[in-house]
Write a protein that binds this ligand. Structure first.
Ligand code: ADP
Length: 427
């Protein structure tokens, strides 16, 4: 239990670490993209504003008539510009040019422009807060300062769309890590549960096996050593005891067969030809003691005349034991069990009908699941592990047949199994 808790703790810590690492990485990526966007928009803005200013110089002064002057900041140039050129640029023009420049660089973000003119532009340099996306203030004007700035709408969505691929990959990696860990952990839990039930099962069965063996041993010793063989009454008594104990042993062997259900490997089949009807009659004889003890009535009805199948005799015997055992076990009255065999062209239909407690509709499918038992308050019926029907279904399926159940609560159940005469691919 401690190891399980440790692995659960480790899994949780690892998942948290992986998720934290991814979040940190995405955050950095986001900040890098944001910084790149800030620089790009800033450079573009300055470029647009200066270009527009240059265009205005060209139009307004004679200096540019013979080409661009060598030095835009030479004194005579400045003086002419100061006197002839109007300093401000129209926001509309900047807006149109900036929009075009942004689109050319595939930046599709809304923004607002503002112009800070006069004294304010000379003195006030508003600080750009880190969570805002603004361009730097771009100054123009010689006689009078004009400053321009673009403030962008929240860039979160835009930036997210730029990094959506790594974000998607990150999230799917985290999700698949969580899913695989959960899957692993639930497998571990199931294995543990199975292992502990298996241990309990084995220790119970070993205990149960000892009793009939010991009893038969004592009966045989009594017959041999105490000359009981001379006493016909005693002899019959000892032989009856031995017979019933041997019968009990057969049922126990059937339980041992179910052990295979703890492993997930396939049951190996040893096929042979035998008469199913004769086998059922044999099983009824073996179970006679148990049947009599419960005042039960078992009848066998047949339809058709070919009951020879090619199948694994031992496992089919176990299937029959299971069906009869359940029909006797899940019954509060005197059990009446009808076994019906019907020949079809390719398969034999086996029906086992009882007048027992029935199965609630919601559990009808689940009773064939490994370790499933219908929940009940009846403490007397706790004898079982929920392995019989899953084993039975597995065996029937391995013979390429199928099994289904019809049941009415309080009235009884009918289990119907179809068993092919031979496997399809062998015909
Ligand atoms: P087990 O009998 O060991 O519990 P099974 O796999 O044989 O396991 O049966 C699973 C469950 O199906 C049982 O716990 C019982 O609730 C239900 N069940 C099986 N056979 C019958 C039946 N003939 N009548 C009513 N309920 C049944």
């Amino acid at each position: 239990m401690n190891r399980l808790r440790l692995s659960r703790g480790l899994i949780v810590v690892i998942i948290i670490l992986i998720a934290a690492f991814h979040c940190f990485w995405i955050l950095r990526l986001y900040q890098q993209e944001r910084e790149a966007l800030r620089m790009e928009t800033d450079v573009l803005f300055r470029d647009v504003v200066y270009k527009l200013q240059l265009l205005r110089f060209k139009n307004d002064t004679t200096l540019f008539k013979h080409g661009e002057p060598n030095n835009l900041f030479a004194l005579d140039v400045i003086i002419e510009i100061k006197h002839k050129v109007s300093d401000s640029l129209s926001l509309k023009k900047i807006d149109a040019a900036y929009k075009a420049a942004l689109l050319k660089n595939s930046i599709n973000l809304g923004y607002t422009l503002k112009c800070i003119s006069g004294k304010a532009a000379d003195t006030k340099l508003p600080v750009i807060k880190p969570d805002e996306l603004k361009t730097n203030i771009t100054f123009i004007g010689l006689s009078k300062s004009y400053a321009y700035q673009a403030t962008f709408d929240a860039p979160f969505q835009y930036l997210l769309s730029k990094i959506k691929l790594p974000v998607l990959i990150s999230f799917s990696l985290i999700a698949s890590t969580i899913i695989s860990f959960v899957f692993l952990y639930s497998n571990l839990l199931a294995q543990q549960r199975l292992a502990s039930i298996k241990n309990e099962f084995i220790s119970n069965i070993t205990h149960e096996l000892k009793t009939p063996i010991a009893t038969v041993k004592v009966a045989i010793e009594a017959l041999r050593d105490f000359n009981a063989i001379q006493d016909p009454v005693k002899t019959k008594e000892y032989l009856d005891i031995s017979a019933s104990e041997i019968q009990r042993l057969s049922l126990l062997v059937d339980k041992v067969l179910r052990l295979s259900m703890f492993e997930n490997r396939q049951v190996e089949l040893k096929k042979e030809r035998f008469d199913l009807k004769a086998l059922i009659e044999e099983v009824i004889v073996i179970m006679k003691l148990q049947v009599d003890k419960q005042n039960a009535l078992v009848t066998l009805k047949t339809e058709g005349n070919n009951f020879i199948i090619e199948a694994d005799r031992m496992h089919i015997t176990s299937v029959l034991f299971n069906l009869l055992d359940n029909a006797l076990k899940y019954n509060n009255k005197n059990p009446e069990i009808e076994i019906a065999l019907k020949c079809h062209r390719m398969h034999i239909e086996l029906k086992v009908k009882d007048n027992g407690i029935g199965i609630p509709a919601e559990y009808k499918r689940r009773i064939f699941e490994k370790l499933f038992r219908v929940p009940t308050d009846d403490v007397h019926n706790t004898n079982g592990y929920g392995l019989g029907l899953s084993y039975l279904k597995h065996i029937i399926q391995r013979h390429q047949g199928f099994i289904e159940v019809e049941s009415e609560l309080g009235k009884g159940s009918v289990f119907t199994a179809n068993i092919p005469y031979k496997e399809m691919n062998e015909i």
